[in-house]
Ligand binder design. Structure first.
Ligand SMILES: Nc1ncnc2c1ncn2[C@@H]1O[C@H](COP(=O)(O)OP(=O)(O)OP(=O)(O)O)[C@@H](O)[C@H]1O
Length: 381
């Protein structure tokens, strides 16, 4: 997609395509050949500094700004081919937008603000108020249904904005810096709320922000935008661990790695044995696989280090070697949560997926590596 502002926009685009000089044309090229897909249920974040073109890009999706060129396909419908009528119907029923400055109707109470989209869509009073109450509950606003916007704090106003958007069960939710005007604590609170909602509602969203920490927290995938182009598109881990160039690397340096890196990435492969196997069998398997520890599988799995296994008396059973508690986490758990489990058990953590497959273990060394903390050798160098 392209969006060029200025009366000579088409000329500008032709010149770009012909490889000609564009200096003499008075245009601003806000979005330059950006292309991306958003999966159903995904939160896709567009992150960039002021002026990078994120607002223009997102407005082009619903034609609040008309793209200069390109294709927008939402749910298999060619948005650029829609008539004005189809566009306004779809904007009302299928797409919702949350802005930084709330945009609430000042003379309507919270309940009526939240029900507004349904009212415009012709939904009867009883039905729309019942739906509005449901969403108000969902965003944690029960009790303020009858208040007016001026009686609410900024954080509450934005919850109302979110509730109003969600009330229409939008197929696509667009959020343009929704939390940027809020205090840090309230902002964190609303990010948590959004994450919780995203899980419950499985909402497909495009979220704009200039804050990488926010992008890493709420995004399933993130596009880093600069000068109207995507520099990199990837998961939070891709951005932090595999930045594509120095621009992304500079942002990623300050990223809270413990809240981004997953147990799946940090895990060390372990040899998995059944609880009925003998110590000799477990040892042989450990050596054959070249791992450093063994996970004894079962309803309460546990870890034995390779070092210990090598030195124990073969006459004992594997069960005798259980030493303490072992937490089990999902591969998607962040190191932050893994560390908290390690602290409470004092042991390595077992990483097991939803199908019961052991992915590996995370011990203190794996955490340090995952956090990218330089080793003593690296420090000395
Ligand atoms: N209506 C307009 N007419 C002309 N130029 C515009 C218009 N809107 C935006 N621009 C320009 O397009 C470029 C991208 O602006 P845009 O607002 O999309 O960026 P942004 O990343 O959303 O920035 P911000 O976070 O400050 O809103 C900027 O150079 C801006 O000055």
């Amino acid at each position: 997609m392209w969006k060029v502002y200025g009366s000579q926009a088409s000329r500008y685009l032709e010149a770009v395509r012909a490889g000609e000089d564009t200096d003499r044309l008075e245009c601003t090229s806000a979005v330059q050949g950006v292309s991306f897909d958003v999966e159903p249920g995904e939160t896709f974040v567009v992150m960039g500094l002021s002026g990078s073109g994120k607002s223009t890009l997102v407005r082009c999706l619903t034609r609040l700004v008309e793209p200069t060129d390109g294709v927008v396909d939402i749910d298999g419908v060619d948005v650029r081919a829609m008539t004005r009528r189809q566009l306004s119907d779809t904007r009302r029923k299928d797409w919702a937008m949350v802005f930084q400055h709330f945009g609430l109707l000042p003379h309507r109470r919270v309940l009526q603000n939240v029900a507004y989209g349904l009212e415009v869509g012709g939904v009867g009073r009883r039905e729309r108020e019942s739906k509005a109450r449901e969403v108000i509950e969902l965003v944690g606003l029960r009790g303020v249904e009858n208040k007016y916007p001026h009686e609410l704090s900024g954080g509450m106003k934005q919850r109302v904005g979110l509730a109003r958007a969600l009330a229409v069960d939008p197929r696509l939710l667009l959020l343009d810096e929704p939390f940027s005007a809020l205090d840090p604590l309230i902002r964190t609170d609303l990010q948590d709320q959004l994450l919780r909602l995203a899980k419950i509602v499985k909402q497909t969203s495009v979220f704009i922000t200039h804050d990488l920490a926010e992008a890493l927290k709420v995004g399933d995938r993130i596009a880093i935008m600069r000068d109207g182009q995507f520099v990199q598109v990837g998961t939070p881990e891709d951005i932090v661990l595999r930045p594509k160039d120095d621009y992304v690397r500079r942002f990623a340096l300050d990223a809270p790695r413990a809240k981004v890196v997953t147990a799946r990435t940090a895990a060390t492969r372990a040899t998995v044995v059944g609880a009925t196997e003998t110590i000799d069998e477990a040892r042989a398997q450990l050596v054959a696989e070249g791992s450093t520890s063994v996970v004894v599988h079962g309803s309460t799995p546990f870890v034995i280090s390779g070092e210990r296994l090598r030195h124990v008396d073969t006459g004992r059973s594997l069960q005798d070697l259980r030493d303490g508690q072992f937490a089990v986490v999902s591969p998607d758990a962040k190191l932050w949560d893994v560390m908290s489990q390690m602290t409470s058990t004092g042991n390595a953590v077992i990483v097991r997926d939803d199908d019961g497959v052991i992915v590996g273990t995370v011990d203190a060394t794996a955490v340090v590596m995952g956090l990218g903390v330089p080793t003593a050798d690296e420090n000395a160098a």
